[in-house]
Design a binder for this molecule. Structure first.
Ligand code: ADP
Ligand code: MG
Length: 350
C-alpha cells in the first residue's frame, strides 16, 4: 500500500517537472519588432538569453540608422554630404567600413550600384510623399553628380569625403545588410544558437529552428501583394536579401516606377528583372549585390554571380521566368505555377 502511494507521488512529481519544463521552453522564444532604417524589423530569438540579446541588437540597429541615414541631419552621412567638395569628415568604424565595402560593390557591379546616387533618388522621391516624374533637364543636371569614384577615403584618419559640391552618398542599398550582420554577431557573442533576423526583407537565418529543421524562407511574388510566395528555399546560417520592385514604388499612367534607379540613365531600372535575391554568408554582400544585379539585367547578373565564390542567386524577370544559380537549384521549391523555372539558369553551372 505504501509503495503504491510512493509510486503515485513520484509520478505526480515527474509530471509536474515536465509541465514546468515545457512551459519554460515555450517562453524561450523572444520576438522584437521595431522601425528603423526606413523599414519594419522583426527579430526572433530562441533560447533563454534572448531578451537581453534582443535589446542590444535593437540598440545597435538604431545606432547604425543614426550614423548612416540620409534623412537625419546629424548622421555621419549627412555630415559628409553637407561638406561635399570640401574637407574630409572623420566617421565611425561602422560608417567607414560600410562605405569602403559599398565601393567594392560599385566596382563589381560595373557602376550599376552607385552610392552617390542620392541626388537622383531625391529628385524622384519614390517611396516618399513627394514622388514625381522629373524633367529630362533636371535628370541630366543631377546625373553629372553621380560617380562613386568621387568618394574619397582616408584610412589613416578614418575619414570620408566627396570631390564635388552637391554630391551626396546614400547607403540605403547596403546599410540593412550591414545591420543584419551586426545583429548576428551580437547574437553569437551572447551564445544564441537559433534566430531569425528580418530587417525589412533582409533576412539572416541563424542556426537551426528549435525542432532541428532548416529555416524556410519564402521568395515574394513580385507581382502580388505581400505575403504570397513564388518559391521557398531552406537554409541554415545564410543571409537572403531581395531587391524587388514591390518595396517602394509609385504607379503612374499604368507604369510602375520603383525605387531602384539606373545610374546610367537616371530613370528607375528597366532591366526586366523585377526581383533579385542573393543568398550569401554575409548580409552586407547580399545587400550590396542585390541592388546592382537588379539593374545589370539577367545575363550580366548571372555571370557576375557565377564569378563570385559562395554566392547564389534567384532572379525573377517580368515575363515570369525564374532563374536560379547552380547551388540553389535543388533547394528552390517553386510554389506558384504561373511562374516557370528558366532553363537558362543552366548557364550558371560550373
Ligand atoms: P530595399 O531598400 O528595398 O531593401 P535595395 O537594397 O535594393 O532595396 O536598396 C534600394 C535603395 O538604395 C533605394 O531606396 C535608394 O535609397 C538606394 N538606391 C537606389 N538606386 C540605387 C543604385 N543604383 N545604387 C545604389 N543605391 C541605390
Ligand atoms: Mg541592396
Amino acid at each position: 500500500m505504501n509503495i503504491l502511494l510512493l509510486i503515485i507521488i513520484l509520478a505526480l512529481i515527474i509530471m509536474l517537472i515536465l509541465i514546468v519544463r515545457t512551459d519554460k521552453s515555450k517562453k524561450r522564444q523572444f520576438v522584437k519588432e521595431f522601425y528603423s532604417l526606413g523599414t519594419t524589423m522583426t527579430l526572433m530569438v530562441n533560447g533563454k538569453k534572448g531578451e537581453k540579446a534582443l535589446d542590444e541588437a535593437m540598440k545597435k540597429v538604431m545606432n547604425i540608422d543614426d550614423k548612416m541615414s540620409v534623412f537625419k541631419d546629424y548622421s555621419e552621412i549627412s555630415k559628409i554630404n553637407k561638406n561635399a567638395g570640401g574637407k574630409l569628415q572623420i566617421v565611425s568604424e561602422d560608417t567607414y567600413f560600410v562605405i569602403k565595402k559599398a565601393i567594392e560593390f560599385c566596382h563589381l557591379s560595373q557602376g550599376t550600384f552607385d552610392i552617390t546616387i542620392r541626388p537622383i533618388v531625391g529628385l524622384w522621391g519614390i517611396g516618399s510623399d513627394n514622388a514625381r516624374i522629373p524633367s529630362q533637364i533636371e535628370i541630366d543636371n543631377k546625373l553629372k553628380l553621380i560617380n562613386y569614384k568621387d568618394v574619397v577615403l582616408d584610412e589613416n584618419s578614418n575619414s570620408v569625403g566627396l570631390k564635388y559640391k552637391n554630391q551626396e552618398i546614400d547607403l540605403g542599398g547596403i546599410a540593412k545588410g550591414y545591420a543584419a550582420d551586426q545583429v548576428k554577431n551580437i547574437f553569437l557573442n551572447r551564445g544564441i544558437k537559433s534566430a531569425l533576423i528580418n530587417l525589412g526583407g533582409n533576412v539572416f537565418a541563424m542556426g537551426e529552428k528549435t525542432n532541428g529543421d532548416k529555416w524556410k524562407i519564402g521568395i515574394q511574388n513580385p507581382l502580388s501583394p505581400r505575403g504570397e510566395f513564388v518559391g521557398i528555399i531552406s537554409i541554415i546560417n545564410k543571409s537572403v536579401v531581395t531587391s524587388g520592385n514591390y518595396e517602394r514604388y509609385f504607379d503612374v499612367e499604368g507604369k510602375r516606377l520603383q525605387h531602384i534607379i539606373d545610374p546610367r540613365t537616371g530613370f528607375p531600372s528597366e532591366s526586366k528583372i523585377i526581383s533579385a535575391t542573393i543568398i550569401s554568408d554575409l548580409s552586407i554582400d547580399g545587400d550590396g549585390l542585390s541592388t546592382g544585379v537588379y539593374i545589370l539585367g539577367l545575363d550580366k547578373a548571372l555571370s557576375l554571380i557565377k564569378s563570385l565564390d559562395g554566392i547564389e542567386a534567384i532572379f525573377i524577370t517580368e515575363d515570369k521566368k525564374i532563374s536560379v544559380t547552380a547551388g540553389m537549384k535543388d533547394n528552390f521549391k517553386l510554389c506558384n505555377e504561373e511562374f516557370i523555372l528558366d532553363k537558362r539558369s543552366d548557364l550558371n553551372e560550373n
